[in-house]
Design a protein around this ligand. Structure first.
Ligand code: ATP
Ligand code: MG
Length: 285
């Protein structure tokens, strides 16, 4: 399974004074089972790009292939693609609309034409996966806190059992515990369910901790593509486009400059801790 983009361009309002090219010559391959972080300054094209991956937006030019099938061919089942590639929007809680949380989650599977019993089974599974307690299931979504609503929105997409899960800043506005809970849960789905995950994030710490591959966008183009440590090695270039490396990477660079023998490319606190402890062990008598 893969999603392949070839020469994809997207222009908003092409024939008006507000013309804006949001994607420029994107070439990308997203392979089965990858956990990808998508980063880039505000307005760099992240949300525009991910809406192309499930066919919600159509490229102005270029091709997108899902499992080597051209999604713009007239015979391609675009509706089916939206179930296979689940997209959780930025601030998805604004899209909850059913009378109860439970009904809201059932909506997607119902739309797939599944029998009621299966819809309810999937809704229960998805709600348990995102860790929303059963006492909230029959409440109106509007009675929930921001973090709880976010979980409901994610559960709504999970209930479709997508092959690829795309989340546009799922932790924006959540407290640290809420963020970790949600990201840990997503990491578990990736690991245990072998789900391909694409996480759009402004947090360098989060992407360093969770993803295997980082795609950096700048002004509608792919600026870098590699493992977090490969990408964060280039922190000076990242700073030039309004980004940065995780804070711990800067600490490691400073330690190395002061003569400590540490790997300066550590990107997570855990890696840095191990490097520092090993270096201390080496300099003790
Ligand atoms: N509906 C629209 N009409 C016109 N231009 C748009 C529209 N939506 C986005 N744009 C423009 O396209 C570019 C890319 O926007 P996009 O929302 O994809 O960025 P983003 O990387 O997701 O930003 P953020 O981090 O703020 O969410 C921006 O310059 C934006 O102003
Ligand atoms: Mg966005």
């Amino acid at each position: 399974m893969s999603i392949r983009l070839e020469n994809v361009n997207y222009i908003y309002s092409p024939d008006s004074a507000f013309r804006k090219q949001a994607l420029k010559d994107i070439h990308l391959e997203i392979r089965d089972g990858e956990f990808i972080g998508l980063i880039g300054h505000t307005g760099s094209g992240k949300s525009t790009l991910i809406q192309h991956l499930n066919g919600l937006m159509k490229a102005t030019s270029g091709h997108i292939y899902y499992n080597e099938q051209d999604i713009y061919e007239s015979s391609f089942n675009l509706r089916g693609l939206r179930a296979l590639v689940g997209l959780v929007f930025q601030y998805p809680e604004h899209q909850l609309f059913e009378v109860t949380v439970f009904k809201d989650i059932c909506f997607g599977p119902k739309n797939l034409g599944l029998p009621q019993e299966e819809c309810e089974k999937r809704a229960r599974e998805a709600l348990n996966l995102v860790g929303l307690k059963e006492k909230h299931w029959q409440k109106s979504p509007f009675e929930l806190s921001g973090g709880q609503k976010r979980r409901v929105a994610i559960a709504g997409v999970l209930a479709m059992k997508p092959e690829v899960l795309i989340l546009d800043e799922p932790t924006a506005g959540l407290d640290p515990k809420g963020r970790n809970d949600i990201l840990d849960q997503i990491a578990r789905l990736h690991k245990e369910g072998n789900m391909t995950v694409i996480l759009v994030s402004h947090s360098m710490e989060d992407v360093a901790r969770y993803v295997d591959r980082l795609i950096v966008m700048n002004r509608g183009s792919v600026f870098m593509d590699g493992t977090p440590s490969e990408v964060f090695k280039h922190y000076v270039e990242l700073e030039r486009i309004g980004l940065a490396a995780p804070q711990v990477t800067y600490v490691m660079h400073q330690l190395a400059q002061k003569g400590f023998s540490v790997n300066e490319n550590a990107t997570t606190v855990e890696e840095a801790k191990n490097e520092i402890l090993a270096a201390l062990g080496r300099i003790q008598p």
